[in-house]
Design a protein around this ligand. Structure first.
Ligand SMILES: [Fe+2]
Ligand SMILES: [Fe+2]
Length: 158
């Protein structure tokens, strides 16, 4: 996003594109981990788990943290979307907790199971953001989707 004043459509497209990339990566990484576990390849499973943990730390969690700024903040303060944002924040905590759990387990089926759960929870969460939160912000005269998305560094730099 090069313009400092993107339109609502450009802002929604930018965050949608970022979300698509996150989903693509989490599915690829959790799938590779599952494949290694199913094949009984413990060395590859160990490496794939480390890859997934690194990606969560470097890409996923910074995205969640960035969203908790102006993107969530404006809607959180409204009567109509306050509870929606509370729910989204709980999902962020769930994702961070799952990453912690993944970091601690090694060997057996648990890492692959946690990888699949992280991928599914993220897909559910992103679906709510795109179908509920972003349209709400875009339709609210007091809120600016373009401005809020402009604060998401991982989106604007992508
Ligand atoms: Fe989020
Ligand atoms: Fe998001």
């Amino acid at each position: 996003m090069k313009s400092s004043h993107p339109t609502v459509g450009e802002a929604a497209a930018a965050i949608g594109h970022r979300h698509d990339r996150l989903l693509e990566r989490v599915r690829a990484l959790s799938g590779a981990l599952l494949d290694a576990v199913e094949a009984g390849d413990t060395v590859t499973a160990h490496d794939e788990k480390a890859n997934l943990v690194s990606w969560c730390e470097d890409e996923l969690i910074p995205h969640l943290v960035a969203e908790e700024g102006p993107l969530y903040g404006g809607a959180h303060a409204t009567a109509e979307a306050g509870l929606l944002v509370e729910g989204l924040l709980q999902e962020h905590q769930t994702l961070v907790g799952l990453v912690d759990e993944l970091r601690r387990v090694d060997g057996g089926a648990r890492p692959a199971a946690l990888g699949l759960v992280i991928a599914r929870v993220l897909a559910l969460h992103i679906g709510k953001e795109e179908r509920l939160l972003l349209p709400f912000i875009a339709a609210s005269p007091g809120l600016s989707l373009a401005e809020a998305v402009g604060t998401l560094e991982d989106v604007t730099e992508a």
